[in-house]
Design a protein around this ligand. Sequence first.
Ligand code: G4P
Ligand code: NA
Ligand code: NA
Length: 194
Amino acid sequence: MELLEERIRQDGLVLPGNVLKVNQFLNHQIDPQLMYAIGQEFARLFAPEKITKILTVEASGIAPAIMAGLVLNVPVVFARKKKPSTLNDDVYTAEVYSYTKQVTNTISVDQKFLSATDHVLVIDDFLANGQAVNGLLEICRQAQVQIVGVGIVVEKSFQEGAKLIKDQGVRLESLARIASFEGDKVHFVGETDE
Ligand code: G4P
Ligand code: NA
Ligand code: NA
């Protein structure tokens, strides 16, 4: 997605440890126009598929997910990272280990928001090692929904996540795919040499 790549080149900040800071338009301050364009692009890519629900994880997945939900006219559910305060079994849960932050979160979704008749599109902002998306797919399986695919805003293609998703036979569409970082420069997959 050209618009997104341009924005990453313009406002993205490459930090040590192969981390791309996108606080200016995605992870802290949010650009609604860009998010809307992202929602339209996800809708276009998955258009032929039947989709009844979008699933993401808080916090940063919510902005792109809700725009996709707006365009596709379906509800958006976000998995919570905090354990629900009430002691009940009415939630689907998955363990998500973050290599970046070296913590394990239990993510959960209330069972009433996913049912076996749902056709679910999973959306997230970043795909790095793929643990967050993997947890969402695990919850999808517990709920026995139809998994339509995974839509990602920024994929770091040099990490394991993309392979992890595709090896499960799940369709993956990433709007920006980063091949590498070089100093403060971002190289996208398939970009032509300057
Ligand atoms: P994984 O889910 O793909 O395995 O990712 P990982 O554990 O490596 O990353 C953990 C968190 O860091 C995730 O956000 C993920 O979106 C984010 N992340 C990974 N790589 C980058 C990067 O290069 N730039 C930015 N900006 N974020 C990155 P999270 O902990 O779920 O937090 P949030 O959604 O509340 O922001
Ligand atoms: Na995220
Ligand atoms: Na994040």
